[in-house]
Design a binder for this molecule. Structure first.
Ligand SMILES: [Zn+2]
Length: 143
């Protein structure tokens, strides 16, 4: 399975968020080739600004594994994580982070490029166009 395949699954989660009126960002966590968590942004439904896709996915993955550390896991997320999520991913010791579109406004790379754990491998820009388009489509309907 490739990064593109798993990013497509994260994008499917983003589409669910879109349909629910949530900012369309999706995430999946993969461990040993299997998806062990799927999540999307739930800030509207939960009335919680911390309910980002990555936060949901990290919690689900830890519950699935029965341990808080995700060093053997890869998180795929459609948008570059924010500073909060990058911090959570660091606490989780996640092995690898793959994101889609870059977020020039709120992405951690701009504010806290060292926020991830030093051992975490980072890949950005996978299916960036598709991941960015769903966000643009969402915000164009809000204006
Ligand atoms: Zn976030």
């Amino acid at each position: 399975m490739t990064d593109v395949y798993f990013m497509q699954q994260a994008l499917r989660e983003a589409a669910y968020a879109f349909d629910e009126g949530e900012v369309p960002i999706g995430a999946v966590v993969v461990c040993a080739g299997n998806i062990i968590a799927k999540a999307h942004n739930l800030t509207e439904r939960l009335n919680d600004v911390t309910a980002h896709a990555e936060m949901q996915a990290v919690t689900m993955a830890a519950n699935y594994l029965g341990g808080k550390y995700l060093n053997d896991c890869t998180l795929y997320v459609t948008l570059e994580p924010c500073v909060m999520c990058a911090g959570a991913l660091a606490w989780a010791h996640i092995g690898r982070v793959v994101f889609g579109a870059y977020d020039d406004k709120r992405g951690f790379g701009r504010f806290a490029p060292k926020a991830l754990h030093t051992k975490t491998e980072l890949v950005g820009g996978v299916m960036a166009q598709e991941c960015g388009e769903i966000l643009q489509r969402f915000f164009s309907t809000k204006r």
